[in-house]
Design a protein around this ligand. Structure first.
Ligand code: NAP
Length: 284
């Protein structure tokens, strides 16, 4: 068997086109564009690259982008003031805080103080609680993008056995909750999981969000399974590597998302869609 590809670039393009139309309509009705702020503390080159790419995508969609930088030396006092300022600013409808925050800054400040209405990457306690309770709210963009990629390819999740590798708050855990909301039967794995390969082989839908290139090999995949790769680890040449051993798993899986060109392509498009949704709710 040779897997069909889950094309993240095509999905992202379609989402961005819809968002651009929505932004145009918002701007026509309200006289100004939806505003998205990125907050980068410190000078991590990977995060700085991501900020620039979000900014380009936001501007291309017609949004107003604000590039907010914070010196970590100001500590939680400065972080609190910045978050409170963005939460109160009526021209900003969405806020993305680049993670991880460098020391000595505390994620708790963002999780507790950012206005949940502007939390377009779903990192606040309120957003996580709403997702866990099945209430409407803003959901982390990466796992939501993964579900979107499956749906756009007509993959049905109801009743499917889904296995998620990785339990981070930003990918694995919310992904498990989203799969559950789609009526999949979900198993969440991590470093203490016993016989990971056997658990993975049960999966109709196998999702890897671990950050260990090539961890998922063909012997861990049920023939015909859907395999979603969230891993984005740069190699020495700066090329992104997924958690799935693409060459071998491609011969076994029914569907497979490539890296690059898979889930990571969809993430930014979903951030923009979340921002548009947030803006529309804030003016309603
Ligand atoms: P993270 O916070 O480091 O979490 C990694 C998770 O993987 C942890 O739960 C860890 O288990 C588990 N894990 C590590 N090694 C394992 C192993 N050998 N077997 C089983 N589980 C293992 O990472 P993250 O932020 O979720 O990111 C995961 C990957 O997704 C990274 O490659 C990251 O770059 C990528 N990512 C992609 C996107 C995108 O847009 N596609 C967005 C965000 C992140 P424990 O909890 O037991 O330690």
């Amino acid at each position: 068997m040779t897997a069909q590809l889950l094309d993240g670039r095509a999905a992202a393009e379609a989402i961005r086109t819809d968002v651009a139309a929505g932004v145009q309509a918002f701007t026509a009705s309200h006289g100004s564009a939806p505003g998205l702020a990125t907050l980068l503390a410190g000078d991590d080159p990977g995060s700085a690259w991501y900020v620039r790419s979000i900014g380009r995508a936001a501007k291309a969609a017609g949004m107003a982008w604000r590039d907010v930088r914070l010196d970590p030396a100001g500590g939680d006092t400065a972080l609190r003031a910045t978050i409170d300022g963005l939460s109160a600013d009526t021209t900003i409808h969405g806020v993305i805080v680049l993670l991880p925050l460098p020391a000595p800054l505390s994620l708790g400040v963002v999780a507790e103080r950012l206005d949940p209405a502007k939390d377009v990457d779903g990192i606040t306690t309120a957003s996580a609680g709403r997702l866990a309770l099945g209430q409407p709210g803003l959901v982390p963009a990466t796992p939501l993008g993964g579900i979107e990629l499956l749906k756009r390819n007509g993959i049905s999740l109801a009743g499917a056995e889904a296995v998620v590798l990785g339990r981070s708050n930003i990918v694995g855990k919310p992904l498990a909750l989203l799969l559950l909301a789609e009526h999949a039967t979900v198993t969440l794995c991590h470093t203490r999981t016993r016989d990971l390969a056997a658990v993975c082989r049960r999966a109709d839908v196998l999702c890897a969000a671990v950050g260990r290139p090539g961890l998922v090999t063909a012997d861990m995949v049920k023939p015909g399974a859907v395999v979603l790769d969230f891993g984005t680890t740069p190699n020495d040449a700066g090329k992104l590597r997924g958690d799935v051993d693409f060459e071998t798993v491609h011969e076994v899986a029914g569907w497979l998302s490539p890296v690059p060109g898979g889930t990571e392509s969809v993430t930014t498009a979903i951030l923009l869609r979340n921002t548009l949704e947030a803006a529309n709710r804030q003016v309603a």
